[in-house]
Design a protein around this ligand. Sequence first.
Ligand SMILES: Nc1ncnc2c1ncn2[C@@H]1O[C@H](COP(=O)(O)OP(=O)(O)O)[C@@H](O)[C@H]1O
Ligand SMILES: [Mg+2]
Length: 254
Amino acid sequence: MLETRNLTIRFGGHVAVNAVSCRFEPGTLTAIVGPNGAGKTTYFNLISGQLPASEGQVLLGGRDLSSLPASARTRAGLGRAFQLTNLFPNLSVLENVRLAVQATLEGPHRRGLNLWSIWSDHARLTARAHEILESVAMSSQRDLPVASLPHGDQRKLEVALLMALDAQVYMFDEPTAGMSHDEAPVILNLIRQLKQDKTKTILLVEHKMDVVRELADRIIVLHNGTLVADGEPAEVIASPVVQEAYLGVSKEPA
Ligand SMILES: Nc1ncnc2c1ncn2[C@@H]1O[C@H](COP(=O)(O)OP(=O)(O)O)[C@@H](O)[C@H]1O
Ligand SMILES: [Mg+2]
């Protein structure tokens, strides 16, 4: 389980995220909504370690990650999709996934430099990379350089890398932003597929309410950095605070 306790960041006098305490259970997808500037992206930055908290903690499975840099939080299981900055564009699809799988072998469990372990590791991680590509239906593209893939497939590959890293938590910040009408369903289907794995915890910042309604098990609302609502989607969407926060921001026909 992922938990934030009293998580806070101040930029000068401005409190962008204000004492947010929240728990996110495996097997759930939580949508984080709120108007522009509410602190959603900043909250993600505090969880993933891109920004240092002014106060509060981030815990994963009871382990306090608060003092760890972003790279160590990734190794601990926090997976954040970064809109392509994680990819090596000149390497093939397979090589990208294999490098991510390899990253999970590094650290204390890495064995010594003997030929047998190098060979068996290589075989094992290649097999795992193939398995992941199959699960995201990208096997046929495995030998293509990433730069040659359509944008939607690059975004999909980025999620495959999080799978390869064995992420426990998947964080998506407006995953369909900048995507064409044809590309958006690709990434949404992948999120649907991830949702089937009840060991994973998914956080989704999304302003399209139809997407939120379909995918979320729960919605939390941030407003001026503060958590102002938390509950079942239908209940939260109908609440006065959301109706008010979204007025003029994401107004939809009833
Ligand atoms: N690095 C930063 N320095 C100063 N202010 C920041 C920084 N990052 C975010 N903010 C401010 O924090 C507030 C929340 O921003 P953000 O988390 O991007 O909102 P959202 O993602 O909900 O639209 C905004 O007022 C924004 O200007
Ligand atoms: Mg944002």
